[in-house]
Write a protein that binds this ligand. Structure first.
Ligand code: MN
Ligand code: MN
Length: 506
């Protein structure tokens, strides 16, 4: 073959050539149980197309440039004093990000790998290969960038550690990503590239990158925007897959979107919601989480759904109301449960921050003001003990996030659980929607939450002899959650924000 072939003469052959099987049935190579192609004619997949159309040579050249760029900036800044000048709240946002996302990037390799092998058209499988290579890079760059800080602050070690622990927040993240990638590949393409990557990672990677720049954390900003350029490309696996499924089985397509959108939104409220509205120092907050969500999700993404002929999810109103509730409740929860997490929660409720919150969230004072006043008063009176939990958060059986984190006092979504008894076991849910999702698929039926395990005595037995009295308390549980003394979370500002409250109590 001549080495001088023009790109247009060979590219379509390398990108999109399929073949017939002569010694097995096609279904043996592409089983419905893994591919999720049931109900869609094989021929329909020949229309699968995406806009990037990258060759391997081009891919390698571009990726090499991106890598060189991000690492050059990091090296140039390595001996600078930037790290010391970063605000504690911002470091918490970065540690939450490293711990929550770097391991998920590695899970992404598995999801992309499944599409690379079982995608139902050759063009799709090719993008899947690039996607898997992308996710390896994201995992590696995240580990490498966090590693620099481990010697100064062991909480950065959670970039590597999180998903190898039984930490409650890790379990919620693991459930989210497992539920998105260990499913048939047609479902993966909708849940991962279309919803998770197109809909939501923009919030975390584009939004947080801008905050990082404002904060002066140039290395971090470079790292995550470098990652996001890959996501934008391999996220293109979602649209064409959704289009074909909408033709053949719109009901199934709608269910995948409804289910995965809700669960993904729950997870991002914790990671992006808290970082945007509470951890990022006030002077560098340009948008609230709700404003981001209004622009990226409620406006752009909803239009995107409509373009594919999909309906708004049935719970849309509750989701929109949740922008006033979820991440605010999670912020109080994360602060209260601070010894159980790998970052130092920033309360984000100084007087100036409260003014900002009330401006962005008209119900903030009514829903959250009294609780934080009480916390501040306890701290002022040196009742530190009453600002700590005695045991684990009560966890939703579906999203695995704390029950109560989908509600607020004095709201139409009050702090309560939504129970369901099935086969003699009563399960607790954070919301009606999580309960309904659990019931519809029952794919979480064999999962025991941390609280289930504690009540069954299986956590306790890991630390003491079976003959000893069973007495779970938080200190005993911390090792099970993966927390060592040097990494246990505490108030990011060492309680100094309470000074702001002096004399504020009547
Ligand atoms: Mn990624
Ligand atoms: Mn990705």
């Amino acid at each position: 073959m001549s080495l001088n072939l023009k790109r247009e003469d060979w590219f379509h052959i390398t990108r999109d050539v399929d073949w017939d099987f002569s010694y097995i049935e096609r279904g043996a190579a592409f089983p419905d149980s893994i591919c999720g192609g049931a109900g869609v004619a094989d021929a329909a997949w020949t229309d699968w197309d995406e806009p990037y159309k990258v060759s391997y040579t081009e891919y390698v050249a571009t990726q090499r440039e991106k890598e060189a760029g991000a690492y050059a900036v990091k090296n140039a800044l390595q001996r600078s004093k930037i790290f010391d000048s970063l605000e504690p709240g911002w470091k918490s946002a970065a540690k939450l990000h490293f711990g929550a996302t770097v391991g998920i990037e590695y899970q992404g390799v598995s999801g992309e790998g499944r599409m690379a092998r079982f995608g139902l058209s050759p063009a799709w499988r090719n993008v899947g290969i690039f996607g898997a290579l992308d996710e390896i890079r994201h995992n590696q760059i995240g580990l490498y960038f966090a590693h620099e800080f481990v010697q100064r602050d062991p909480q950065y070690d959670w970039a590597q550690k999180t998903y190898q622990t039984e930490n409650w927040a890790a379990a919620a993240g693991r459930r989210l990503i497992d539920g998105i990638i260990h499913i048939p590949v047609v479902d993966i393409a909708i849940a991962l590239p279309f919803l998770f990557e197109t809909g939501f990672t923009n919030l975390q990677f584009v939004g947080l990158s801008a905050d990082a720049l404002a904060e002066g954390d140039v290395s971090f900003a470079n790292m995550i925007s470098s990652i996001q350029t890959d996501e934008a490309r391999h996220a293109q696996q979602g649209g064409p897959t959704l289009e074909i499924l909408m033709e053949a089985d719109p009901k199934r397509a709608q269910w995948i979107v409804d289910k995965q959108f809700w669960l993904t939104a729950r997870g991002f409220a914790l990671v992006t919601g808290m970082a945007t509205d509470y951890y990022t120092p006030l002077e560098n907050r340009r948008y609230s989480y709700k404003e981001f969500m209004q622009e990226w999700i409620m406006d752009q993404f909803l239009r995107n759904l409509e373009d594919y002929g999909l309906q708004k999810p049935w719970y849309w109103e509750e989701f929109v109301d949740g922008l006033e509730i979820w991440h605010h409740a999670m912020n109080i929860g994360a602060w209260f449960y601070r010894p159980t997490v790998w970052w130092n929660p920033a309360p984000g409720v100084s007087k100036a921050e409260r003014d900002w919150l009330c401006e962005k969230y008209p119900n903030w004072q009514r829903y959250w003001g009294d609780i934080w006043d009480q916390v501040a008063e306890n701290l002022e009176q040196y009742r530190l003990g009453s600002t700590y939990p005695e045991t684990l958060p009560w966890l939703c059986d579906m999203c695995l996030l704390p029950v109560g984190s989908a509600g607020a006092p004095n709201s139409s979504y009050p702090v309560r659980s939504y129970p369901l008894t099935y086969q003699g076991t009563t399960r607790q849910f954070c919301s009606k929607v999580c309960r309904q999702i659990w019931w519809a698929d029952r794919d979480m039926v064999n999962h025991n939450t941390l609280v289930d395990r504690m009540l069954a005595g299986s956590i306790d037995n890991a630390f003491r002899g079976a003959d000893e009295e069973y007495r779970p308390d938080l200190l005993e549980l911390l090792p099970y959650l993966g927390l060592t003394e040097s990494a246990i979370g505490d108030d990011a500002y060492d309680y100094q924000w309470v000074d702001d409250y002096h004399g504020a109590q009547a």
